[in-house]
Design a protein around this ligand. Structure first.
Ligand SMILES: [Zn+2]
Length: 517
């Protein structure tokens, strides 16, 4: 009997990010995650100054930033959508239309979470492709592409119309996407292209992250996505583990981001360290503390809000933190986020969550927003006024009152800002979560040093630490492991296979692996 079930890796092999795996069970096909390979992207482009803008085929396919997905028999299953350029309009904006190539062999896509190295490339798929995600993933994806990567192929192909023509960018909604995303719910099995998938929520550095349990005709497969067991949602990972044990997994496709050398610190450690650093700094006459986070790391944003609240100081949010947060607060999603969120809107639920976590006694001095000097400035200003928030110009931090924490997405070019003399910068993003690698760390450090801003790093990884990983694998006890999203797949071989007797299959890009027990 010939083999029926194949897994072909097209990304996330021997590196962190870019997860893309084609799973075939006879004629049924699903692609598990469809992420951007940041390293390969950075070999050709630089965010945000040098972005691909002209041709999917000649820029993204030729460079291998987009993989050519072939069935195990070697046939293409689709062609990517393409841009056809028109004339430059009277408003000096380029006009263009989308060439939507038909699918050759039907397939579905399932997305584990909203980090771009797991989802970004879906925008290039034929518009009829069924794409299954959790609810938060759509929201964070939307926020990323509305205000960022403007005018790049990513934004042009993510939406059904040219966002440059929209009056109010804040009105852009998931219904404006070119693809129709379908939602799955925690532990509710669904059948994309006829293959049964059970999504299980996991703890990660973005809300709404899932692992998958996939039943094929020949074997049961577990896919961890990105996960950890030391964050606010660690109970989810525990439940995922129980599900994997119950399902008696044949193959575990497992992430190993934190192999090599990594600092172990849990989210509670980050919270108490941040609290101490900020309170000590202000007690000694410090005026501002800047904290860089990823705008979709909602739990970390909540922590910083908690620190500001408990210390009774001011909190300012940059526009890249403010707008996505406001989007969440205005949607039903706010009810499902575990962490207390900064109360930009009045909602008894938000207040109750805060009291449960931090008690009633303390309160924040004031909440404010940074107004950018670009096209978004006016919009942010009107929202800040409508919500009775303080505001300040983002290029002039010196106008922000003393004893303020300023929460910024990623690491901005400091040298372009006027800053107070006594400022501290806390980096609270990891290298891998810094989705676009917006601004190289070395340049950032040099700028902080020349400006006399002390820098510290306080971070808890979004990924499972090595000791928890060993424990996880021991409990799940799969028959085989396929290591992904790691620079050290050899560790899986030398530890789990040699010491624990679990068969480890190392993946190779484009080489089908037979998944039969
Ligand atoms: Zn991730």
């Amino acid at each position: 009997m010939g083999s029926k079930v194949f897994l072909t890796p097209y990304g996330g092999v021997n590196k962190i990010g870019g997860n893309t795996f084609l799973l075939e069970d006879s004629d049924s096909k699903i692609i598990i995650d469809f992420g951007e390979d940041f390293d390969r992207f950075a070999s050709y482009y630089e965010f945000p100054t040098n972005m691909p803008k002209d041709s999917v085929e000649r820029e993204l396919v030729l460079t291998g930033i987009l993989p050519k997905i072939l069935s195990h028999e070697g046939n293409a299953i689709f062609n990517y959508s393409e841009i056809r350029h028109g004339k430059t309009s009277t408003r000096h904006e380029r006009e263009w239309s989308i060439i939507d190539n038909p699918v050759k062999q039907p397939f579905s896509v399932i997305i584990s979470h909203g980090h771009l190295d797991h989802v970004a490339n879906v925008v290039f798929l034929p518009s009829t492709t069924p794409i299954y995600t959790g609810t938060y993933t759509q929201m964070s994806f939307l926020s990323r592409f509305v205000s960022k990567r403007i005018g790049s192929l990513y934004q042009m192909l993510a939406f059904s119309e040219n966002l440059a023509n929209m009056e109010d960018i804040d009105k852009v909604d998931v219904k404006n996407f070119r693809h129709s995303y379908r939602e799955f719910r925690n532990e509710v099995p669904f059948k994309p292209s006829g293959i049964e998938v059970k999504p299980c929520a996991v703890d990660h550095s973005i809300p709404g992250a899932f692992g998958f349990i996939i039943r094929t005709s020949q074997s049961t497969i577990g896919y961890t996505g990105d996960f950890r067991s030391h964050g606010v949602a660690k109970a989810f990972t525990e439940k995922f583990k129980e599900n994997l044990v119950d399902e008696k997994i044949d193959f575990l496709i497992c992430e190993g981001t934190n192999l090599g050398i990594h600092q172990i610190m849990d989210e509670e450690g980050v919270e108490s360290f941040t609290y101490k650093a900020v309170s000590d700094f202000f007690a000694k006459g410090g005026e501002h503390v800047y904290i860089s986070v990823s705008s979709n790391n909602i739990d970390r944003i909540s922590q910083v809000y908690g620190v500001a609240k408990r210390l009774g100081v001011n909190l300012y949010l940059s526009d890249e933190v403010f707008l996505p947060l406001l989007r969440i607060l205005r949607s039903e999603l706010r009810r499902r986020i575990i962490s207390p969120l900064p109360p930009l809107i009045k909602d008894p639920l938000l207040r109750r969550r805060e009291e449960e976590k931090w008690g009633k006694a303390s309160d924040i001095r004031s909440l404010g927003v940074l107004i950018p000097n670009d096209a978004l400035g006016e919009l942010i200003l009107s929202k800040a006024e409508a919500l009775s928030l303080n505001y300040s110009n983002e290029s002039d931090f010196s106008s922000i009152p003393s004893e303020s924490i300023i929460l910024i997405h990623d690491r901005p070019p400091l040298i372009k800002r006027r800053v107070k003399r006594k400022a501290l910068f806390i980096i609270s993003t990891s290298e891998h979560e810094s989705e676009e690698g917006m601004f190289a760390l070395e340049r950032f450090v040099n700028q902080a040093m020349v400006m006399g801003i002390p820098l510290i790093r306080v971070h808890s990884s979004g990924h499972i630490n090595i000791l928890d990983l060993i424990d996880f694998v021991k409990t799940v006890n799969p028959k085989h492991i396929i290591p992904v999203h790691t620079e050290h797949p050899e560790f899986f071989k030398s530890y789990f296979e040699v010491l624990m007797g679990i068969k480890v299959t190392l993946p190779y890009e484009g080489a089908p692996i037979v998944l039969e027990r």
